[in-house]
Design a protein around this ligand. Structure first.
Ligand code: PEP
Ligand code: MG
Length: 755
């Protein structure tokens, strides 16, 4: 005997009948509350729906004053109903008036009811409303009743999400399922994009909520879990899992949960209340997500994430839908939404249809960020829960400059962003009008503007921006997006394509800069305490010369008759450079021996990005053909501040005496030795910083394509002698000031230099 409760399965069956009756939305809702009240032997059953303005509105009731329907409202957190909605947790009270949050609405006539059971109406972890039953007697609602009401709430959630209730909303009080959201994350790639949400991993849509035969649903759950366990075991055992963003430790945790009897039992319990296997998984997942969205402990959040992934896998196993990606047929104006994504996955989409990318996870230095930037797709990450907050097709705005995401924006917000996008386009248009002007300062100093690149998709930008060439070709990008180590001949093909496409414009290839944060999915990960200071880049190249030799061979062959220009990353001593250079010489001998066409010229340079080189710069310029300053790493190592750690990355300013003096030393030594020097870090692409660098004597830069216009606009209004004198003056009297930014900005403003 289950106390006062009728059979939960009978309740669901009755509700299923109501759901298909050809009646109006209000009538259906009214019938639902009657069915629930009678089945749960409650005198009252009410449905409160969350509105866009954040208040809850009474949408239907059996037992309370019918006149209160669509009149009674309360704020999130107000009263007991508001508390349930805010906390997304059920509340069962046998003496409701004793609860500290109790506040009573006289128009409802609820004061005579003493016991209260309320559950949140949740969908994908979001609260859409609250479902309540009340009794006059001081009654204790048991677990089974709470469970049954939660299951019923799921049906209401689907009804709200279907949009059926929208027609009942009063003007200006729309239902929150379509609520606009403003979310703030981490900027990955610049630009403003407007479009419609496309889920990278489409959610399984559960069509049948109520089971015909609970026993067979339990069997399906067991079989589904067995399938998921097998798949995860297989993935963990396979070596190449990381390329799709599925890192081993995540899978290991998911595997642990798949074997966790507590979770499995929970899903089975929910099936027992009368739901189909899929609906039960969805319900448990929704409860978890609700908890996850309110969780601040990052460790617990991660664990809940893993459970979320397990639920997704189980749903796919149950429905037979592929756990993967539907890349074809994405609509025009697509904004991709994903928890995380590998660079290869992004490249698989049709670029011309992508307007933006929003991720739950992925840092600004991640590979996906690099690819998004290369493709010019505005991107924002670190938006927790975005995959559950949006529905496919929702309007989305991505502002990759401000790191903002607008979900289902109000018309005025949307048009403000559309205007911002138009303005950007107009500014780009203005920059394009500078395209054919020679890049020279007012006093006639020519400045060489080059692009940073790493993928074939980057190359058309050279002609678009009229850049002189590619000043930094990050060869590791091809390795990072590949599923396995590219063979020597695959590398050769790519390098040849690069040179062919640039048709004579110079390109400086940088040898593999892997290790640190740049992990190759197919390469064994070395566990290091401080990967940025660890076994990376040229250090790997010299310790395992096979890889470096193969790359140099591929580059030499690809060059055949053209200029060969390479440089080595993360060199810390002159001796390292000399050893690396010797490998080039050896490969050249080999090339001759095999009768390949030799390059027309050979130029071997070095990235100056480890501060130790600044103190052996005179020796270095004697043996290197050219220098290229990697200011991103130089800055990070000079100030001992991790470039990818948000807490410290912006703590120190490159426009401060220590960095500017280091940059000056490098420039002056190269110049005295007659060796070319370029700067290829991010600061070269920022107008104010580039202005200071011109003042230090730099005449060659390599930057992202979007920076060429702004830097060119700056230098066209700059007198290089004046900035040189100003920088000299500022450095002499820098004193204990942390930054010279303000003075430099003042210099630019006084002369009308756009920075
Ligand atoms: C740098 O360190 O400044 C640089 C250009 O190289 P990367 O950003 O690839 O480390
Ligand atoms: Mg670097």
């Amino acid at each position: 005997m289950r106390g006062a409760l009728g059979s939960p399965r009978l309740l669901l069956r009755r509700l299923r009948e109501v759901m298909v009756e050809p009646v109006s939305a209000q009538e259906r809702l009214d019938r639902i509350v009657v069915v629930i009240a009678s089945n749960m032997v409650a005198e009252v059953c009410s449905v409160y729906v969350l509105r866009i303005d954040g208040t809850l509105e009474l949408y239907a009731t059996e037992g309370l004053n019918p006149g209160a329907v669509h009149h009674t409202t309360m704020r999130l957190g107000e009263g007991i109903v508001g508390t349930i909605a805010r906390d997304a947790e059920p509340l069962a009270l046998s003496d409701v008036q004793q609860h500290p949050a109790f506040s009573y609405k006289p128009e409802t006539g609820e004061e005579i009811y003493n016991s209260f059971l309320g559950v949140p109406i949740l969908r994908a972890g979001n609260t859409l409303g609250v479902l309540v039953v009340q009794n006059r007697a001081h009654r204790v609602y048991n677990e089974e009743e709470i469970e049954a009401l939660q299951t019923t709430a799921m049906i209401l959630a689907e009804m709200i999400a279907s949009g059926e209730l929208q027609a009942l909303a009063k003007p200006g009080a729309d239902i929150a399922v379509r609520r606009s959201l403003h979310l703030h994350g981490v900027a990955l790639a610049d630009g403003v994009g407007l479009g419609h949400a496309v889920l990278h991993e489409p959610r399984v849509v559960v069509k049948d909520i109520i089971a015909d035969d609970t026993q067979s649903e339990l069997t399906r759950i067991d079989e589904g879990i067995a399938t998921v366990r097998e798949t995860i075991d297989r993935l963990v055992e396979r070596g190449d899992i990381a390329h799709s963003g599925e890192h081993r430790d995540v899978l290991e945790t998911v595997r642990m949960f798949a074997n966790d009897q507590g979770w499995v039992r929970r899903v089975r319990e929910v099936v027992m209340t009368g739901l189909t296997a899929e609906a039960a998984v969805k319900r448990v997942q929704s409860d978890l997500r609700a908890r996850m969205l309110r969780q601040t402990d990052p460790y617990l959040r991660d664990r809940l994430h893993d459970l979320d992934e397990l639920s997704d896998r189980l749903l796919h196993a149950l429905t037979g839908e592929q756990f993967g990606v539907a890349r074809e047929d994405i609509p025009e104006n697509a904004v991709l939404i994903a928890r995380s994504m590998g660079p290869a996955a992004l490249l698989d989409y049709d670029r011309s249809r992508l307007r933006g990318l929003v991720l739950e996870e992925g840092g600004a230095a991640s590979h996906i960020a690099i690819v998004a930037r290369a493709l010019g797709i505005p991107a924002v990450s670190e938006i927790p829960g975005i995959t559950s907050l949006v529905e496919a097709g929702d309007a989305i705005v991505v502002d990759g400059s401000a790191a903002d995401v607008q979900v289902r924006p109000q018309p005025d917000v949307e048009s403000a962003y559309a205007e911002k996008a138009r303005l950007r386009a107009r500014r780009q248009e203005q920059y394009r009008s500078l395209r054919d002007l020679p890049a020279a300062t007012l006093d006639g100093e020519s400045i060489s503007l080059n692009l940073n690149a790493g993928l074939l998709v980057d190359l058309p930008h050279v002609a678009e921006t009229n850049a002189d060439g590619v000043g930094l070709f990050r060869t590791e990008l091809q390795f990072m997006i590949a599923e396995r180590m590219p063979s020597t001949s695959e590398q050769e093909t790519l390098y040849r394509q690069v040179l062919d496409q640039l048709s004579g414009a110079p390109v400086t290839f940088r040898t593999l800069d892997i290790g640190g944060d740049k992990v190759l999915p197919y390469m064994q990960v070395v566990d290091e305490e401080n990967p940025a200071l660890g076994w990376r880049a040229i250090r790997i190249g010299l310790d395992r010369p096979g890889l470096l030799r193969a790359q140099i061979r591929a580059l030499l062959r690809a060059c055949g008759g053209r200029a060969f220009k390479i440089m080595f990353p993360m060199v810390a001593t002159v001796e390292e450079f000399v050893r690396a250079r010797a490998i080039v010489t050896r490969e050249l001998v080999y090339l001759r021996k095999l009768g390949h066409v030799e390059p027309s010229s050979i130029s071997v340079g070095v990235m100056v990005e480890v501060p130790s080189l600044v103190f052996q710069i005179d020796e270095l310029v004697r043996v290197a053909d050219f220098l290229s300053v990697g200011s991103n790493d130089l800055m990070q190592f000079l100030f001992a501040a991790d470039r990818d750690n948000r807490q410290v990355a912006d703590r120190f300013d490159p426009l401060s005496a220590p960095m500017l003096r280091a940059l000056k030393t490098i420039h002056d030594s190269a110049s005295a030795a007659g060796k070319p020097v370029t700067l290829c870090g991010e600061i070269g692409g920022r107008p104010l910083e580039a202005m200071a660098l011109i003042g230090l004597g730099y005449r060659s830069f390599s930057m992202s394509p979007a920076s060429v216009g702004p830097v060119k606009a700056m230098l066209l209004s700059l007198d290089s002698a004046a900035i040189a004198a100003e920088i000299d003056r500022l450095l002499t009297m820098a004193g204990d000031r942390g930054t010279l930014r303000q003075q430099l900005a003042g210099f630019a403003a006084a002369r009308g230099i756009p920075v």
